[in-house]
Design a protein around this ligand. Sequence first.
Ligand code: LHQ
Length: 253
Amino acid sequence: TINYESRAGVAWITLNRPEKLNAFTAVMHKEMLAALKNAGKDKDIRAIVITGAGRAFCSGQDLGSSDNPDYGEVLRKGYNPMIQELVSIEKPVIAAVNGVAAGAGMSLALACDFRIASEKASFIEAFIHVGLVPDSGNLYFLPRLVGHAKAMELAVLGEKISAAQAKEFGLVTKVAEEEAFIQEVEAFAVKLASMPTKAIGLIKRYMNKSWESDLSEVLEYEALAQKTAGNTEDHKEGVSAFMEKRKPAFTGR
Ligand code: LHQ
């Protein structure tokens, strides 16, 4: 239910149940967690792309295969570990939103560090249409990405947002024409994979912590992160390249 490929320093994780618009099942959660762990620990991987097979990104929970009536448990066992793993990976994770992202499928996209949308993509806070509440980190990420008022509007009304609207709300980095979509995602991911990976990982870690911290804590996090970044080979390489007026060759170390 999940395809995993790696090339040019980028891991491609593809949700692969196109006939159900890549709706999540328990099996898919297991495979997704394994894929994320693999991409996280593989030293050759310096960026991760999550996308969907077929015409959808992900339609959220498979409403036809809810074999567990305890939704709290479905979240604690399936979705929550996936979101925690994704956020803890100290590498950039890009949601390549090829089509509709609904319910927990939208949550998955929100938990990524970047979203690139095809012009065919759309986002729906579908939970409300089946009498449920946003989950899988949606209540955490959505207000942080679009602000409280817009987040309330989207979560409660559950209206479909087009790729262009998502760009306007600041939800996506870029909207690409359908024909150019995969090439644009690939170019973005390969670019990220050639950057100073350790510094990106530290930015991700502390940007996330920033929301729960006061200024003195953030100043201390910055000092900690800068000490670590200052000891990387990529920092040395960046400074040498600058002094020698050449392009840096970062290795992620
Ligand atoms: C699906 C689904 C789907 C099964 C399309 N399941 N078959 C967490 C924990 C525990 C429990 C509950 O929930 C959660 C979190 C959640 O994610 S709740 C929200 C669950 N998701 C939804 O409510 C979205 C349901 N899907 C839709 O509203 C539409 O399918 C969207 C707007 C995504 C796409 O619409 P269309 O482009 O018109 O496609 P379609 O509706 O015709 O779907 C195509 C097929 O995929 C169809 O099957 P069929 O056999 O008729 O061809 C759908 O039944 C199936 N499908 N989503 N989530």
